[in-house]
Design a protein around this ligand. Structure first.
Ligand code: ATP
Ligand code: MG
Length: 250
């Protein structure tokens, strides 16, 4: 279980997170929704230990992340992988070497083994033929899939996805959604997904939370959020529906 307790984070005089409370239970896919710039990426980066809170804390399976010393969090964070909003592939490595990065880093594979180690995961994301290319040579959608393959190849227990389908065509988005679902089913991964894509949210989410003005103001089912007592949530959902109808057949 992931617990976020009264988490606060500011940049300069901007209070981005102002006491976030959130519980994500084992095995669920929890979708975090919220307007652009509300702090969704900042929040998710606290869970993978990339950012440290001003006050408050994050705990993973009962262990609180150290709030001042990043190094001490390494053992607990070994089970967490993150798909970054901007993919964040290593430009100096091939796609296959990126995907095999975890194994290379842990000494269970060499750069020369990368193609072999990465093959299964590249296949999973429909990139079987792209292993030898460099990140500069592939499209944004392919980068996202390569980054997903890299994360999955590390066999995480917890997956964090920051806008996994944003900017992708509907078919590629559906492939990503399916992978998120399959990963959850196959290994019982606990996931947090930040997304603006209502169709994707509906396809992958078990529970939904809405971040507004630095706090989670509601958690519940999609139905509950669509009928939320908070006008800001209803308006947000209505806007999304127009761009991306939630009733589309899947
Ligand atoms: N390193 C930083 N330094 C200063 N301000 C930052 C930094 N990172 C984030 N912010 C600010 O924190 C706020 C929240 O940013 P964040 O990227 O988390 O938003 P978001 O909800 O993920 O938005 P989007 O939906 O557009 O991705 C923004 O106002 C942003 O400018
Ligand atoms: Mg973001």
């Amino acid at each position: 279980m992931i617990v976020i307790h009264k988490l606060k984070k500011s940049y300069g005089d901007k209070q981005v997170l102002d006491g976030v409370d959130l519980e994500v239970v084992d095995g669920e896919t929890h979708v975090v929704l919220g307007r652009s710039g509300e702090g969704k990426s900042v929040l998710i980066k606290h869970i993978c230990g990339l950012l440290l809170p001003d006050t408050g804390w994050v705990s993973i399976d009962g262990v609180r992340l150290h709030t001042r010393n990043r190094k001490r969090n390494r053992p607990i964070l070994a089970k967490v992988q993150m798909l970054f909003q901007g993919s964040a592939l290593f430009d100096s490595m091939t796609v296959a070497q990126n995907v095999a990065f975890h194994a290379i880093e842990h000494g269970t594979a060499t750069l020369a083994d990368a193609e072999r180690v990465a093959a299964e995961f590249l296949e999973m994301v429909n990139l079987a033929d792209a292993g030898g290319l460099s990140p500069a040579e592939i499209s944004g959608g392919m980068k996202k899939r390569a980054a997903l393959a890299r994360a999955l190849a590390a066999h995480p227990n917890i997956m964090l996805y920051d806008e996994p389908t944003t900017g992708l065509d509907p078919i590629t988005s559906a492939v990503i959604d399916q992978l998120i679902r399959e990963t959850q089913r196959r290994v019982g991964v606990t996931s947090i997904v930040v997304t603006h894509d209502l169709r994707s949210a509906k396809a992958v989410g078990d529970r939904f939370s809405f971040l507004s003005e630095g706090k989670i103001i509601e958690t519940g089912s999609m139905e509950q959020l669509l009928n939320s007592p908070h006008a800001v949530i209803r308006e947000f959902m209505a806007d999304l529906k127009e761009v991306n109808p939630v009733s589309s057949p899947r």
